[in-house]
Design a protein. Structure first.
Length: 424
């Protein structure tokens, strides 16, 4: 396994470019399978572990993908895609693999996929997806860990989600795009990634309105076409680098960022004492204070504070002046990183969905273990601010959502290196 070795205590300075958002690119790659002809091209793509896993899954169904590192594009040819089974050894690596179900059901009227895996941050059931498929006329079954659905032709329906599920909304959008008649998704997810995904489907020829709001209207069409598309920048990656500047007392300019997507994170960082400036070229410059100030945070579905930024902000609040209260309302098991931060000298007490963070003057390096993607980002940030050496094990979780994070941080002056068992 790979690990990060971090020598903390150095302010970060420089410029970093924000890549396209993984949480929109993954459903776009799946939706590309619904185009029977042509080649879909996605631009500004970070070549993350999750994207490589989805490439392998697409190959299982006869699709062809190719990533060009020079142009940072991925091409997807679905002309020879056939129906089949998504194998457990690939599906277990990420929950987003279940997004294949909506695409396959839309194109073939059938899918067979193993139950998905992913980060261990709480229950993320797929019942929202399956309920919608049933309402649209599919027969759904589960046998020995294999989920399947079949429908001669999907029909439009009114679907009201119990919870504004991100992947549930995307899966139903795909299935409904090729269904007969109108589908209405109520209590839909409203994240910027949903808006971007709807724009992508419309570019393919879908007829979708209301995406980005809680009610989405979809008029089914007969066919979708391959397109070229540039996804929006990753707001969580942007927020993580903002936190890196804040926690180290550094100064970083973020390039290729959509300010409206990170406004709530910027406001919290401003309340914590950071200086943020929107530049004429569209970039953002953030400068960390000598010491951050405590704030309270409540995570909520968009447009609330994003749960994916809760761990990085917890790392910042661990060294802030004062006492902060964090309430996690999205995932019930998303405070796993608190125990690892405490190993580094933080003072965090967790009770159910709440965490009380008493800021300490200084964190101290220690051996810690990454439990999930965003927890890994939090521990990296803590290591950057800590005294002495921090060793992060199981950084493969980080590779799922951050492309060459250690390289980008090193370019900003961080003393961070990747080491592997193969090097010893």
């Amino acid at each position: 396994m790979d690990r990060f070795i971090i020598e903390g205590g150095k302010p970060l300075r420089g410029k970093v470019e924000i890549e396209g958002v993984k949480n929109a690119i993954l459903p776009m790659m799946c939706a590309a399978l619904m185009a029977k002809e042509g080649v879909t091209v996605l631009k500004n793509v970070p070549y993350l572990h999750d994207i490589r896993v989805l490439e392998k899954l697409i190959a299982e169904f006869g699709g062809e993908t190719r990533f060009d590192p020079d142009s940072r594009t991925i091409t997807i040819d679905a002309s020879n895609v056939h129906n089949g089974i998504a194998p457990y050894e690939l599906v277990k690596q990420m929950r987003a693999s279940f997004l294949l179900s909506g695409a396959l059901l839309g194109r073939f009227g059938e899918f067979r996929i193993s139950m998905p895996g992913g980060c261990a941050i709480g229950a993320r059931p797929v019942n929202f997806h399956l309920m919608g498929f049933r309402r649209m006329g599919a027969t759904v079954a589960e046998t020995e860990g294999l989920l399947s659905a079949k429908a001669p032709r999907l029909s439009g329906a009114v679907l009201c989600l119990d919870y504004p599920s991100h992947t549930g909304t995307e899966n139903l959008m795909m299935a409904a795009a090729l269904a007969e008649g109108q589908t209405i998704i109520e209590n839909a997810a409203c994240e910027p990634e949903i808006m971007d995904f709807g724009n992508f489907l419309n570019a393919m020829g879908a007829k979708i309105t209301g995406h980005g709001t809680s009610t989405i209207f979809i008029e089914g069409v007969k066919t979708l076409r391959a397109v070229a598309y540039t996804p929006i920048p990753d707001r969580i990656v942007a927020g993580t680098f903002m936190c890196a500047a804040a926690i180290t007392g550094g100064e970083i300019e973020l390039e290729g960022i959509e300010v409206s997507h990170v406004r709530i994170a910027m406001e919290k960082l401003h309340d914590m004492g950071a200086e943020l400036v929107s530049l004429p070229n569209g970039n953002i410059r953030i400068k960390g204070p000598e010491r951050l100030s405590a704030v309270d945070i409540i995570t909520m579905p968009h447009p609330g504070f994003p749960t994916d930024l809760q761990p990085p902000f917890m790392a910042c609040l661990a060294v802030a002046d004062g006492v902060s209260l964090i309430r996690e309302t999205v995932f019930e098991n998303r405070f796993i990183h608190a125990a690892e931060l405490n190993r580094m000298g933080a003072c965090i007490r967790v009770a159910s969905e709440k965490a009380v963070v008493v800021g300490v003057p200084q964190l101290v390096g220690a051996p810690v273990m990454v439990s999930d993607l965003r927890a890994g980002a939090a521990l990296v940030l803590a290591g950057l601010a800590a005294k002495d050496t921090t060793v992060l094990d199981r950084v493969y979780h980080i590779d799922r959502g951050y492309e060459h994070l250690e390289v980008k941080l090193a370019s900003l002056g961080a003393r961070i290196a990747r080491r592997s068992d193969r090097d010893e």
